[in-house]
Design a protein. Sequence first.
Length: 321
Amino acid sequence: MRIHRIGAAIAAAAFALTAAACGGSSDEGQGGDQPYLAIVSKGFQHQFWQAVKQGAEQEAAEQGIRISFEGPASESEVEAQVTMLQNALGRQPDVLGFAALDSRAAAPLLQQARAQNIPVIAFDSGVDSDIPLTTAATNNKAAAAEAAKHMAEAIGGTGKVALVVHDQTSKSGADRRDGFIEWMQANAPGIEVLEPQYGGGDQAKSADITKAIIAANPDLKGIYGANEGSAIGVIRGVQESGAQGLAIVGFDSGSGQIEAIRNGQMLGAVTQDPIGMGRALVDAAVKAINGEPLPPVIDTGFYWYDQSNIDSDQIRPLLYE
């Protein structure tokens, strides 16, 4: 990543001005006798990340450790996340929690963490590296396959469907794309899956992408949004296009998707367990500090929800509003 010195200074100043909006915990790891976990997330504004933060804070209070939680304003800001990761390492945490927007961009800093003997716990989105001791995450491929199955049932196993995905640089983005496509290819030969489009998890951009897809494909039968921002953008784009009868399936929760499912705009979605993910991250960090063994992956679970079960005792606690 090449940045002229003046540009870097401007970027650093801008970052400092927005840090309060994107940083999370009041404890930034300075002072105190408790172990310190620095968490760098993929984002901060979506309700999903707020729920992960909530779970992490709950577990940290119970385990007696200090945490900080930060993430960029949007999930397209790779450079901002790399800066946050660098700053987190500069605070010399006892352990680092990291959800990568771009595995390649983060690789040198993960090597730095190893050199500093700082254990790394990945969460939500793993990295193509053996540096993280474990990854606390949803099985995103299996969850996307579940979304594909419900989409196929809704459109009768035939027709054309589209994907609006948040990114192709994170493992979660790739898995939520590939899991959907691979299930369709293996189980629904009558369904044509259009080339995935990427909206960075931004609602407005995803809405524009959706409108363009609909305009180019008047015979479209369904659209899948692969994260909270993508799904809300798809709903908005369908509304603004005036298209009728499209099956919309999503990923994640949030008030917008919950409302859309209740009023019938969206067929359903896959919800994760973000509070459980935050708890699992902190629990794994404590085990790492104590030198306890960890499994390669901690599966934090997923569930399909729609009008039939949205208010059930099983699903309701997993919907992050």
